[in-house]
Write a protein that binds this ligand. Structure first.
Ligand SMILES: Nc1ncnc2c1ncn2[C@@H]1O[C@H](COP(=O)(O)OP(=O)(O)O)[C@@H](O)[C@H]1O
Ligand SMILES: [Mg+2]
Length: 214
């Protein structure tokens, strides 16, 4: 089973992935759980991540291709082998981030991105995508109050994040788990434990082959 977490910076992805890992460890101890992230889920990916987050003035096409190279390596070397072993794989960001950040955020051609995404992901689509939705100004406050130095992307302007956020919502429209799709859309502004319960409930339903009620 392949689960991805999406949402703009500061939406709570890392926080919720830790909670989900804990839930799976407690309730499905027999299952192998692999937690990974994009960019940077593999050794080559880690080097690409350094360039993307800390390199200066990267052309937006170069940036797109770096993300895609990271994904190709991630799917081939980590995600597919783990899924083939029967593991539950959780990725902090995946193809939807590329669509939203590179098309809505950077305004690159969406059709090109879709085609390249399909190629770099080997056509692998998540079984469940949790979208943590927060407004761009909340994202900004959270990132700023963390006190850490902002990376190249976190320093982008607020309208870049708002466009990206809206694209995530657009992708999930009509495609939620309740509608038979793969998106679980949750407000990232709710209490951490309330969000974690909703995610755990959905994952539990899927692992026990029940219809996902949310
Ligand atoms: N539901 C929430 N409500 C309030 N603060 C949150 C919530 N989820 C996460 N945070 C805080 O927001 C910041 C960013 O969370 P994080 O999980 O790192 O987000 P992401 O991985 O999406 O960038 C952290 O300081 C975290 O403690
Ligand atoms: Mg994070």
């Amino acid at each position: 089973m392949f689960i991805t977490f999406e949402g703009i910076d500061g939406s709570g992805k890392t926080t919720q992935i830790a909670k989900l890992r804990e839930f799976l460890g407690n309730f499905f101890p027999e299952r192998e759980v692999v937690v990974s992230k994009e960019p940077g889920g593999t050794p080559i990916g880690a080097r690409i991540r350094q360039e993307i987050l800390h390199g200066d003035d990267i052309d937006k096409r170069t940036e797109l291709l770096l993300y895609l190279a990271d994904r190709a390596e991630h799917v081939a070397k980590l995600i597919k082998p783990a899924l083939d072993r029967g593991a539950i794989v959780i990725s902090d960001r995946y193809s939807d981030s590329t669509i939203c950040y590179q098309s809505a955020g950077r305004k690159l051609d969406e059709d090109v991105i879709m085609t390249c995404n399909e190629f770099s992901s080997h056509g692998l689509t998540p079984d469940l995508t949790v979208l943590l939705d927060i407004e761009a100004h909340i994202s900004k406050n959270r990132v700023e109050s963390s006190g850490e130095k902002k990376d190249r992307l976190e320093s982008s302007k607020i309208d870049f994040f708002e466009r990206t956020r809206e694209k995530f919502l657009e992708l999930s429209e009509g495609e939620t788990v309740a509608e038979g799709g793969r998106w679980l859309v949750l407000s990232g502004d709710d209490d951490v434990d309330i969000i974690a319960d909703r995610v755990a409930k959905a994952v539990n339903c899927m692992l026990t082959h029940q219809k996902v009620e949310v």
